[in-house]
Design a protein around this ligand. Structure first.
Ligand code: FES
Ligand code: FES
Length: 160
């Protein structure tokens, strides 16, 4: 059933006219052209589709649009500042060359952001555990973990 579903998307209030049963990942990618969230496994196992929902990392392939009614959704497209300034996590990923194909990168960064908000001074082991459920098929994990560790103090426990 098509309905108007209000939510905040990347900081802006929106009302999406769509079937509430539609997977959030396809609403983002196909309906809205926000292709940062990737379709990897489609069954909640890889983390490539991760977005933030009310500051928590969530797998958009496993959410229906109606699940985010009234919530704050952030995709990788919403992370840079209005002037295009990269988020500290994005900068750290670039500086550490923490990607190869980049397919896992949006999900890694948003998972790391949710993790760092709860763990502002993590150990390397904690970062490893925090990102354990996100798969990088290129094997960039070592550089990804280093990027997250470097970004943590730059964020000072906040978004930036
Ligand atoms: S595509 Fe959603 S977890 Fe893999
Ligand atoms: S950089 Fe290719 S999947 Fe992670």
């Amino acid at each position: 059933m098509i309905e108007a579903i209000p939510l905040t998307l990347n900081g802006k209030p929106v009302r999406l006219e769509a079937d509430g049963e539609r997977p959030l990942l396809w609403v983002l990618r196909t309906d809205l052209g926000l292709t940062g969230a990737k379709h990897g496994c489609g069954v909640g196992l890889c983390g490539a589709c991760t977005v933030l929902v009310d500051d928590a990392a969530a797998r958009s392939c496993q959410l229906r649009l109606k699940d985010v009614r009234g919530k704050r959704v952030v995709t990788i497209e919403g992370l840079a500042g209005p002037d295009g300034t990269l988020h500290p996590l994005q900068k750290a990923f670039v500086e550490h060359d923490a990607m190869q194909c980049g397919f896992c990168t949006p999900g890694m960064i948003l998972t790391a952001l949710a993790f760092l908000k709860k763990n502002p001074k993590p150990t390397r082991e904690a970062v490893l555990r925090g990102l354990d459920d996100n798969i990088c098929r290129c094997g960039a994990h070592t550089r990804i973990v280093q990027a997250v560790l470097d970004a943590a103090p730059r964020m000072a426990g906040g978004n930036r």
